[in-house]
Design a protein around this ligand. Structure first.
Ligand SMILES: Nc1ncnc2c1ncn2[C@@H]1O[C@H](COP(=O)(O)OP(=O)(O)O)[C@@H](O)[C@H]1O
Ligand SMILES: [Mg+2]
Length: 161
């Protein structure tokens, strides 16, 4: 799919990654789908925690690896998916991971790149590079008009910051 716009930043800590995600959550609208991409330990779940906080979710967000999809209540419903375990058996399991209710909320999809098709499809990609204690490079890629809302929104915020 085409790349409408992108934006990149550096994050020196897990807290900084969470803070970025929290700011991005202010641009969220119902139906948005966000792919969280990067190696194991890159910070995808840290990002999800910050995004949840930005939506006003009060519960603890952890990796949903064992449930495949977790749902939280905030300003909008938040659906947190992890497709890590789906490689190979994707299609059979995919049915339950694409739910009508996602249209009313925001879906954060860790390892979205493991699946082709609608389950892994996203408006915005969050590409996190780096691991361990290294500073991360975080790149946002807008794939749709909805994704563009985040890229343009964060550009505006960072310009005045
Ligand atoms: N800049 C950073 N951004 C995100 N996480 C970081 C950063 N620096 C160190 N970390 C650490 O890296 C780990 C990321 O774990 P996690 O978010 O579960 O990764 P993933 O979900 O991508 O597998 C955490 O232990 C976190 O504290
Ligand atoms: Mg994770």
């Amino acid at each position: 799919m085409s790349e409408l716009a992108s934006w990149r930043t550096a994050s020196a800590s897990a807290a900084a990654t969470r803070a970025l995600a929290e700011r991005l959550a202010t641009f969220a609208r119902p139906g948005d789908r966000i792919a969280l991409l990067g190696d194991l330990g890159a910070g995808k779940t840290q990002f999800a925690k910050g995004f949840a906080r930005g939506l006003g979710v009060t519960g603890v967000v952890n990796s949903p690896s064992f449930t495949l999809m977790a749902e939280y209540r905030g300003r909008l419903p938040l659906f947190h998916l992890d497709l890590y375990r789906l490689a190979g058996t994707a299609d059979a399991l995919a049915g339950g991971l694409l739910d009508e209710r996602q249209l009313d909320g925001v879906s954060l999809i860790e390892w979205a790149d493991r699946l082709d098709g609608p389950v892994g499809s996203a408006d915005l990609e969050v590409r996190i590079e780096g691991g361990g204690d290294d500073t991360r490079t975080i790149r946002l890629v807008a794939r749709t008009a909805a994704g563009l809302r985040y890229v343009e929104g964060i550009r505006d915020v960072e310009r005045v910051a």
